[in-house]
Design a protein around this ligand. Structure first.
Ligand code: PMT
Length: 406
């Protein structure tokens, strides 16, 4: 429940994507938020306030004046909530906010707002490309507002291009970034996730049960907390988390190349990927035929990516995982020593509700220096948050040591 106890003001302006704001309300409330909707007059041409009132259980604010309006809402609403999300945001609304115009309830709220703001533009592709609109967006960004890029695809006007309102899930992700602690701001993190595929032939491969969920949760939560995140992902069916740069790879050797390329520029590497320790010695060019009763394949050891990063390490914090079925802590400690890690996440993969594929995980965090920290069964996002707390502490200790030695 990423928005538990939070109050979000959702501004809806007059574009065809206004109908999608109803789904957004449901997603925000699903994350625990209380949502107050403010609609412009043009938005009401597309969707009725009753839709939002029924979904939120709250009166929808539509005007500054009139018997229904609260005389102070134009000031108080943008200060009492925890965050403002405007979706869809039209070119007209963006222009008014950029120019400091408050000629209706929503734009006046924006002038007086003191809370973080997310603006989700949606418009025709030519409007989006218009230098005036881009200039206005740059002014909003310059004032610290978070502006989402619209999605590409078919638009209501019949054209195809940039201008679609991003999917509600992505908007929810971006909104979560507004409300998180920003203790990883200014840090660069490299996260790996998922399995690797090691080919036998063009249609068959050696792999494991990793879904990528734990690594993607790490990337997602790290972005929310302000980090610049690069995710190196093996094949998964998961959507790339909002704000995260993703490098898709297939084999252990592809992952090795991607990690090696990004490692020098990051503050921390977190390897949640389940890298295949072996690959078929020879990958056949043609599909292997069903001919013999028995077949023997030779396997060759893959590079140990984490171990290879040790000699390249300058100031980076390196975190590994150990997926174990037996002797969890002893095996994890052995891997931490051999791979020269700062922290290892010992992952019990015996239980049906922990480890591969499921949404929950039970891990013990073992730092190189200090006591092991066993955690209860948590969601993978909660596990990610606990790991990142340790990374934040390790980075602070590193910075202090660097300042002392400077
Ligand atoms: O993806 P999910 O379905 O959410 O499941 C999550 C997970 C169980 C995959 C994850 O939590 C986890 O435990 N990942 C590590 C799995 C693993 O391969 O562990 P290992 O003990 O084999 O490897 C130890 C460490 O060395 C890992 O950080 C691994 O990324 C790294 N490694 C392993 C082999 C190799 N050739 N190179 C490596 O760098």
């Amino acid at each position: 429940m990423v928005f538990l106890g939070k109050r979000i003001l959702l501004g809806v302006t007059g574009g065809i994507a206004a109908y999608k704001a109803a789904e957004l309300v449901r997603r925000l409330m699903g994350g625990g938020a209380r949502v107050k909707v403010v609609m412009t007059a043009a938005a009401r041409e597309f969707v009725g306030p009753l839709t939002f009132a029924a979904l939120t259980g709250e009166k929808v604010a539509t005007a500054m004046f009139g018997p229904e309006s609260d005389p102070l809402e134009h000031i108080s609403l943008g200060q009492e909530v925890d965050a403002i999300v405007v979706a869809p945001a039209t070119a007209n609304f963006i222009g008014k906010v950029a120019g400091g115009i408050g000629d209706d309830l929503l734009t006046t709220i924006m002038l007086a707002a003191t809370v973080p703001v997310l603006v989700c533009p949606a418009m025709n592709a030519e409007m989006w490309a218009n230098p005036v609109v881009q200039g206005n967006l740059a002014r909003l960004k310059g004032r610290g507002l978070l502006v989402m890029e619209p999605a590409a695809g078919p638009l209501a006007c019949g054209a195809v291009g940039l201008g679609r309102l991003p999917e509600p899930d992505l908007i929810v992700e971006a909104a979560a970034g507004l409300l998180s602690v920003r203790d990883l701001a200014g840090r660069k993190l490299l996260v790996t996730a998922g399995p690797t595929h090691e080919d036998f032939d063009p249609v068959r491969f050696l792999t494991n049960r990793s879904s990528g969920k734990q690594g993607y949760a790490l990337a997602r939560v790290a972005w929310r907390r302000g980090a610049d995140v690069t995710l190196v992902s093996g094949p998964t069916s998961l959507p790339v988390p909002y704000g995260v740069k993703c490098v898709m790879v297939r084999s252990a050797r592809d992952m090795q190349a991607a990690v090696k390329a990004h490692f020098p520029e990051v503050d921390a590497l977190l390897m949640a990927a389940a890298v295949s320790d072996y690959r078929p010695t020879q990958a056949e060019v043609r599909k292997i035929k069903r001919a013999r009763e028995e077949m023997t394949f030779h396997l060759t050891q893959n590079p140990d990516i984490l171990k290879q990063m040790a000699p390249l390490k300058s100031q980076q914090i390196v975190v590994g995982f150990a997926a174990e079925t037996h002797d969890l802590e002893a095996e994890a400690r052995r891997k931490m020593r051999e791979k020269h890690l700062d922290l290892i996440v010992a992952n019990d993969v015996n239980r049906p509700d922990s480890g591969f594929q499921v949404d929950t995980n039970e891990v013990t965090l073992i730092p190189r220096v200090g006591e092991a920290m066993p955690l209860p069964l948590l969601s993978k996002e909660e596990v990610a948050a606990k790991i990142l707390d340790q990374v934040v502490a390790l980075l602070e200790t590193r910075d202090e040591a660097l300042t002392k030695n400077a």
